[in-house]
Design a protein around this ligand. Structure first.
Ligand code: KG4
Ligand code: ZN
Length: 348
């Protein structure tokens, strides 16, 4: 069975073909990052219009890459939500129209299920069950994943997502959007321990997190440093602020990941989402060990970092999740999008 996957929930247009016999046979992506950079953030209306422009050429390129024709498609999967309403509508309308024209069924997919299942597309696949840390610009969540459709939300950020905190902190340091990756680069040259920021909710006793206060602490430190050094901070000061911010985020995520593994009893951790590219987070999570009781021996954890192309938004994860959920296929007809859609609603 050949499933076409359409992703358009935010600022990436993704189109992919997943063959249930042969795996991923086509995967095309267009990122709008450069277009939104001018505005310092995603402009929803521009995002929707650009998705409309890209969907047809990307589908044609994807079919060409796979050596297939429209007639070979058996089902069309698309991101129904959550995401930006207009952006979702572009992909949803396209997917339904295409399926209607081809006389094939459509499979509405939950964007976060796509992320959760994306590690199964990597060469080194985790076996079920695993703890998934979904850490992107829009989400910071720990999920227990026991199988397809069997997900439990263990905890999440109560305010900003970790990636959002990276981007906002980068912005207040004067770095161009989206500044998360740049901030993490500068942190490499920073002096560890020169600045110290709080670890919000580190000891909350649950798996909830908070990152918006951290950004405020950085702002206070930046203002203080500017009063001392002038508006343009010396590089070593700026880099050390980046380092301290990153260390605070990484420490919270690592401690909560440990707690999630202990709570579930699982020993596999999968990291998905753009912040999974962060070098310090990768370092900390790949060395993770857990001690189930104070005097028990430390146990190894297998940590999986799927390739970044599968971590960030893409059509492949939607085609794959669609193939796994083909039993939920519908006849293309009237459609709707779900900009706000809790993942718990799709658990069986
Ligand atoms: O998963 P993603 O591509 O998009 C969604 O948010 O859905 O994640 C993008 C986020 C942005 O906030 C970006 O700043 C952050 O991931 N990011 C990073 C790094 N690379 C990307 N954050 C920290 N360190 C990085 N190296
Ligand atoms: Zn996403």
């Amino acid at each position: 069975m050949l499933v076409l996957g359409i992703e358009s929930s935010c600022d990436e247009t993704g189109v992919a073909l997943y063959d249930t016999e042969r795996g991923l046979v086509g995967n095309q992506l267009h990122t709008q990052m450069a277009m939104h950079a001018e505005y310092g953030g995603v402009v929803p209306e521009l995002a929707s219009r650009d998705h409309i422009r890209r969907l047809v050429p990307l589908t044609q390129a994807c079919l060409a890459e796979a050596g297939k024709n429209y007639a070979d498609i058996d089902a069309v999967a698309y991101t129904q939500g959550p995401g930006l309403g207009g952006a979702l509508l572009a992909g949803t309308a396209y997917a339904n129209a295409l399926a209607f024209a081809l006389g094939k069924p459509v499979v509405p997919v939950h964007h976060l299920e796509g992320h959760l299942l994306s590690p199964l597309l990597a060469e080194d696949q985790p076996a079920f069950p695993f703890v998934a840390l979904l850490v992107s610009g829009g989400h910071t969540q720990f999920m227990a994943v026991r199988g397809i459709g069997d997900y439990t939300l263990l905890g999440e950020s109560v305010d900003d997502a970790a990636g959002e905190a990276f981007d906002k902190t980068a912005k207040l340091l004067g770095l161009p959007y989206p500044g998360g990756a740049k901030l993490s680069e500068l942190a490499k040259a920073g002096e560890a321990g020169r600045f110290e920021f709080p670890r919000p909710m580190l000891h909350s006793g649950d798996l909830q997190m908070s990152f918006s206060g951290l950004k405020t602490s950085v702002l206070t430190a930046v203002e203080k440093a500017r009063a001392e050094y002038g508006n343009r901070l010396p590089e070593d000061v700026r880099n050390s602020i980046c380092r301290a911010f990153q260390e605070a985020v990484v420490e919270v995520l690592t401690a909560k990941a440990k707690a999630a593994l202990l709570q579930t009893g699982f020993r596999r951790l999968v990291v998905a989402g753009g912040v999974g590219a962060n070098w310090q987070l990768r370092q900390a999570l790949s060395q993770l060990r857990v001690r189930p009781a104070p005097k028990a021996p430390a146990e190894a954890v297998q940590t999986y970092f799927p390739p970044l192309s599968l971590c960030t938004d893409n059509g492949a994860m939607i085609a794959f999740a669609g193939a796994m959920r083909v039993r939920d296929a519908e006849t293309a007809a009237a459609f709707s999008v779900r900009p706000r859609w809790p993942l718990t609603e799709i658990c069986s």
